[in-house]
Design a binder for this molecule. Structure first.
Ligand SMILES: Cc1ncc(COP(=O)(O)O)c(C=O)c1O
Ligand SMILES: N[C@@H](CCOP(=O)(O)O)C(=O)O
Length: 464
């Protein structure tokens, strides 16, 4: 499979090169040249497969031939062997025709593990085959960082640098990044918000001399392989609920638009998805965009769902590319306008293509707290604030006869203060993290200046 950039000016790449590249050299994001297709019979034949076997079936067309099939199977099985639940991503029913897809049974209790456990092993495999090293950079609003550090920590071929907004992640999230015992892990607390961290990561990729000298690789959802891995759980949950013979809708707590874009990919591949509902917190740029047709940045407010406190939603660019008929010129113009004026307006046909697939809505802080409380008192089911935002929004989009699956993207124990305040219950961390708050922290505080961050990384990277 070949991968093309959403901005049309970078060379197309093979799977292995797209995996190691992260952001395209023209500033765009890679997407597959074609969408693999699964017929209804293909999907029927996937019923009852264990999660790892299903992942091999769904993902193989994206990898096809570039990694040996037996090695790929081994990597996938090893990645999902790290999950604490036999089903990997189990479904729980929380209401009439409403289900929660639990994506938090991985090592760091966040949905990021589903992709990161696979990505780290795939990168390691390719780097070993090529006898190369890489410098991994990532920006996080809390969860990507911990998951990446768990995936890459101790791997000899990579040094990993994670930029997080100082003081704006939960204490559990911070410690998952700052207590790694591995020398190849570097946690960097930036004086700024998540968008500042993400802008710095993109600026490092766009600084080609730095990028080449440090052999930069990215693990944010700008990396296609992150999205790819997340497609699988749309298949597993929809098949459990009757696909391909019954359509299913999904509500997805959204920030960088990676997770919900993976649902869109699943639909393009033949999975009968009815609606994809984008759920935001008070940082509702995506809900406003779908309502008004204008993507307009405002300030970020800190919420109890910090991983969604985002204004620059990277993967929306992938959707613009698809909804605009893969017109890279249009994407470039919109992205340039965003940089210059902080907003862009969608053409009528692009907006109507988006509205044809997506709904979007927000949950306020009060609604999120109310949802955590209601779910606990009615069902004895604890939601974390991100999942609660989606669960609250999902109630508004119930359709008779179509199951609604709400993606639960984090374990409530990652956000104990917000969960306790809303429900009166303090969720416990699982055993493997029970001493997390006593572990010694190691991190550097930096100001969000490109030269300073680059110098810091250059001095510590072993890849150059
Ligand atoms: C717990 C949680 N929920 C939801 C999101 C939003 O996901 P995405 O950025 O893929 O839209 C994130 C961060 O990515 C997260 O960590
Ligand atoms: N919410 C994310 C932000 C980064 O998103 P990514 O999916 O692009 O890595 C986080 O938790 O860090």
């Amino acid at each position: 499979m070949e991968y093309v950039s959403t901005r049309g000016e970078a060379p197309s790449l093979s799977f292995r090169n797209a995996l190691l590249t992260g952001l395209a050299r023209d500033g765009g994001l890679y997407v597959p040249r074609d969408w693999p297709q699964f017929s209804a019979d293909d999907i029927r034949s996937m019923a009852n497969l264990p999660y790892a076997d299903l992942a091999v079936r769904v993902l193989w067309p994206f990898v096809d031939g570039e990694i040996e099939r037996s090695a790929f199977e081994e990597i996938v099985h090893e990645a999902y062997g790290t999950f604490a639940h036999e089903a990997v991503c189990p479904l729980t029913q929380t209401g009439h025709n409403r289900f929660v897809l639990e994506l938090f049974h991985g090592p760091t209790l966040a949905f990021k593990d589903v992709a990161m456990q696979l990505l780290a092993r795939l990168m390691d495999h390719v780097l070993t085959e090529r006898d190369e090293r890489a410098t991994i950079v990532g920006a996080t609003s809390g969860d990507t960082g911990g998951a990446a550090i768990d995936g890459f920590g101790g791997r000899d071929r990579t040094d990993i640098f994670i930029l997080f907004p100082h003081g704006r992640v939960s204490p559990v999230q911070q410690r998952q990044m700052t207590t790694s015992p591995h020398a190849n892990v570097h946690a960097l607390a930036l004086e700024g918000n998540f968008d500042d961290c993400q802008n710095l990561v993109k600026a490092m990729f766009n600084h080609h001399a730095f990028r080449d000298s440090t052999r930069l690789s990215g693990v944010n959802s700008i990396n296609w392989a992150r999205i790819m891995a997340q497609i699988v759980y749309y298949f597993s949950s929809a098949i459990s609920l009757g696909a391909p013979d019954r359509p299913v809708s999904f509500t997805v707590p959204t920030g960088n638009f990676g997770d919900v874009f993976a649902g869109y990919c699943a639909k393009r591949m033949g999975l009968p998805i009815d609606r994809l509902v984008v759920a935001t917190n008070a940082n509702d740029i995506l809900a406003r965009t779908v309502e008004s047709g204008t993507y307009a940045m405002e300030g970020v407010v800190a919420t109890t769902s910090p991983s969604m406190d985002i204004q620059i939603s990277s993967n929306f660019e992938r959707l613009l590319f698809e909804a605009g008929g893969r017109d890279a010129g249009k994407v470039r113009r919109s992205m340039n306008q965003l940089v210059q004026s902080g907003s862009f307006t969608l053409e009528e046909e692009v907006l109507s293509a988006i509205r044809g697939e997506f709904d979007a809505d927000r949950a306020s802080e009060d609604e999120i707290a109310g949802e955590i409380a209601q779910s606990w008192s009615q069902n004895g089911y604890l939601l974390d604030p991100h999942s609660a935002a989606a669960h609250a929004v999902a109630r508004r989009y119930a359709e008779s006869g179509v199951p609604m699956v709400v993606l639960a993207t984090a374990h409530p124990a990652k956000f104990p203060d917000a969960v306790r305040a809303a429900s009166g219950v303090t969720p416990d961390l699982p055993n493997h993290l029970s001493d997390l708050m006593e572990r010694t922290e190691r991190y550097e505080v930096l100001s969000p200046r490109l030269e300073m961050v680059e110098d810091h990384i250059r001095e510590r990277s072993r890849a150059g």
